[in-house]
Design a protein around this ligand. Structure first.
Ligand code: FE2
Length: 257
């Protein structure tokens, strides 16, 4: 049968939507309740939905009974603090699974390459239903930051680098693309991440905001790219050796961010 997927994401695995052009009070993300949760970098998360409506951010498949990343339970206290963010997550009308604000501490391009991971959004997702993809709505104006997306974790030949100014909106098939963020800053980055179910509602949302499956890459000096790649190779080899010494398979997929 297969999953229902968005044609708009077929070519590259992502679309960039029109930039959101309204101001949002930073209290909507700064005043939320955060949970320490390390994921691809130094991070904390503030859930607006969760598996059972509590302030925690574990994957829905790690709860009892385990379930896929759909039908998140909205958290009243967080929605009250972040009404605009809540509205942004609900706007497509697609099923919402996990919805949370990520706080990411600064990290450079080499860190980002090391942090590249695929998400696990579709674990337990029934065949024949909508594939879960994730919306990224950048909140802080991170002019020095960019998303890095790759088809293959260690192959720089396909690498999309997407700028993350305030209001940047992307939808990414994060189970398909390896992804992480470069943040050359002194300040943390905040971004709303929402798991949406693919289907006609999400397709209409992508069309409404002129989703583009290719945008110009953020330009990075070749020597930075080369040094980052070399550092990724070095760190991944060190990590593989660490796990080999413990007799364990290396963990390659993370569920967050
Ligand atoms: Fe992720």
């Amino acid at each position: 049968m297969g999953y229902i997927k968005s044609a708009a994401l077929e070519e590259t695995g992502y679309v960039v939507l029109d930039r959101y052009d309204k101001e949002i009070d930073p209290k909507e993300w700064l005043d939320l309740d955060y949970v320490d949760w390390k994921s691809s970098g130094e991070t904390r998360f503030a859930p607006i939905t969760s598996a059972k409506g509590e302030i925690e951010v574990n994957g829905f498949w790690n709860h009892q009974p385990p379930r896929t990343d759909k039908d998140g339970i909205w958290i009243d206290s967080q929605m009250a603090i972040a009404p605009t963010l809540t509205a942004r997550a609900k706007e497509p009308g697609a099923n919402v699974g996990r919805c949370r604000v990520i706080e990411l501490m600064p990290n450079d391009y080499a860190d980002c390459l090391y942090n590249l991971h695929q998400d696990d959004n579709n674990r337990l997702n029934p065949d024949g239903t909508g594939w879960i993809v994730r919306g990224f709505f950048n909140l802080t104006n991170d002019e020095t930051s960019y998303f890095v997306l790759r088809d293959n974790r260690t192959d720089p030949s396909v690498e999309y680098r997407i700028a993350l100014p305030a209001g940047a909106q992307l939808i990414v098939d994060t189970q398909r693309l390896w992804h992480a963020t470069t943040l050359n800053s002194e300040n943390p980055r905040y971004c709303l991440i929402t798991s949406w179910e693919s289907g006609p509602e999400l397709d209409a949302y992508i069309a409404k905001y002129n989703g583009k499956s290719r945008v110009p890459n953020v330009e990075v000096p070749q020597e930075v790219l080369d040094a980052g790649q070399a550092e990724q190779t070095r760190r991944l080899a060190a990590r593989a050796a660490f796990y080999a010494a413990k007799g364990q398979a290396e963990k390659t997929a993370m569920s967050e961010a």
